[in-house]
Design a protein around this ligand. Structure first.
Ligand SMILES: NC(=O)c1ccc[n+]([C@@H]2O[C@H](COP(=O)([O-])OP(=O)(O)OC[C@H]3O[C@@H](n4cnc5c(N)ncnc54)[C@H](O)[C@@H]3O)[C@@H](O)[C@H]2O)c1
Length: 393
């Protein structure tokens, strides 16, 4: 039996434990939880965990008394680093949600804490280890493009309204969508390009579509007289298959943020320079829906162009100097494109000392340094150098 202690027993970690961790290790039990919302956490817990679980006031207390085999941190974004710094003091395998930090201060504290730590960390980066990305990596390693000199990466999010209609609208917690979303993309781009991002210039469009002065704070569709005509109301989204159909905060409401006070961007783009001298573009759009969904990259070198799209579940290799193009179809229906199963497998194998993490704390920190550079570039209008963690990744 694996005894897991969880800090922040919210929706994401609950889904992972239920659908992926237990699939890999049916004997896993959640035996300790640190979460100020005990009632909410208890309601999410599996029946098999409810009897034996204990709630603790803080992480050190849980580690001291919980007889744990491993830890998981599933709080919202702004608490990951604080708890991870505490966890670094123990040798327990740690599953850490992304983003690993939301500020430079937090990222530096993490770097310091893990420099001398023996705590093995699996960072929750499902895209990097998804089967399609791993296949792309294999193609790259086999010379499909030659030296990768250019990348175009896109992320047209079909469920982007969550960043204005749920708790993710809270900018103080999320700190914008480079940190929240692009941390995955910057990480897999580093992996596939075989080189870290060293310089970023970014722009964002903020407050043009979502947010604004349209509705008073706290307005939800269920209390809104315009729900009949609004394209964002649950019933219209259901009619048009254009998004989540739960009752939600108004995405055009005052409390979705303002550009002055800070709010998530409608779309944002970054020009990236890699240490290898390659460069590329990453762009993310959050108001797209339905068949507009696309996430993936096109990587080119002199010898070829490789592109893949997680939504199409497809990889395409074009040979520049031979008359062949091949397309590979991937399996469908897996959570985070198969990445969650891989994360779960890694975490269980790390706990059993059978392997090392593939998504390490250093990858999490390096990615956040690139995201923080993009955020700073939006503010300053200038290129920003990306701090390097200085560890072999
Ligand atoms: N890796 C991925 O692909 C992926 C996917 C979805 C979400 N996430 C990340 O998962 C995190 C959690 O998201 P969620 O949707 O589950 O949120 P959530 O609100 O459902 O869960 C957060 C939990 O943390 C608890 N909490 C709040 N303050 C706390 C504190 N001080 N100490 C301990 N617990 C505290 C809350 O009560 C709640 O139970 C987010 O940071 C999000 O970015 C990652």
């Amino acid at each position: 039996m694996i005894r897991l202690g969880v800090v922040g027993y919210g929706n994401r970690i609950n889904n992972l434990i239920r659908d992926s961790f237990r699939e890999q290790e049916p004997s896993l039990r959640v035996v300790g939880v640190v979460d100020p919302d005990e009632a909410g956490a208890r309601a999410r817990l599996a029946e098999s965990d409810r009897e034996g679980v204990r709630f603790y006031r803080n992480l050190p207390d849980m580690v001291r008394r919980g007889k744990l085999d491993a830890l998981a941190i599933g709080t919202r974004c702004n608490r990951h680093a604080t708890y991870a710094v505490q966890a670094a003091k123990y040798d327990l395998p740690l599953f850490l949600e992304k983003p690993v930090a939301v500020s430079m201060r937090q990222a530096l504290a993490l770097e310091r804490a893990f420099e001398k730590s023996r705590c093995p960390v699996v960072v929750s980066f499902p895209l990097r280890i998804s089967p399609l990305c791993e296949l792309a990596h294999q193609y790259m390693a086999a010379g499909a493009v030659g030296r990768p000199d250019h990348v175009l990466a896109v992320n047209y999010v079909p469920y982007g309204t969550v960043y204005w209609e749920t708790v993710y609208r809270d900018y103080q917690i999320v700190q914008g969508l480079f940190i929240q979303k692009a941390t995955h993309d910057f990480d897999y781009l580093h992996y596939l390009m075989g080189s870290p991002i060293v310089r970023v210039a970014a722009v964002a469009t903020v407050g043009k579509i979502f947010g604004g002065n349209y509705k008073s704070p706290g307005t939800r569709c269920s209390t809104c007289r315009e729900a009949d005509d609004c394209p964002e109301s649950p019933r219209n989204r259901k009619r048009h298959q254009s998004g989540r159909t739960a009752d939600h905060f108004c995405v055009f409401g005052k409390d979705a943020g303002t550009p002055e006070a800070g709010m998530n961007e409608d779309s944002s783009s970054a020009l990236l320079e890699f240490a290898s001298g390659a460069h590329g573009v990453y762009t993310q759009v959050f108001y797209t829906r339905r068949d507009a969904a696309t996430r993936g990259a096109t990587i080119s070198g002199y010898d070829g162009t490789l592109s893949f799209d997680w939504y199409k579940n497809e990889l395409r290799r074009v040979r520049h100097h031979e008359p062949f193009t091949d397309t590979v179809a991937a399996g469908e229906g897996l959570s985070h494109f198969g990445g969650d199963v891989e994360l779960a497998r890694d975490f269980i194998r790390v706990i059993k000392k059978k392997s090392k993490p593939r998504t390490t704390i250093w990858m999490g920190i390096q990615s956040i340094y690139a995201c923080l550079a993009a955020k700073k570039s939006i503010e300053t209008g200038e290129f920003v150098k990306v701090r390097q963690v200085g560890k072999a990744l």
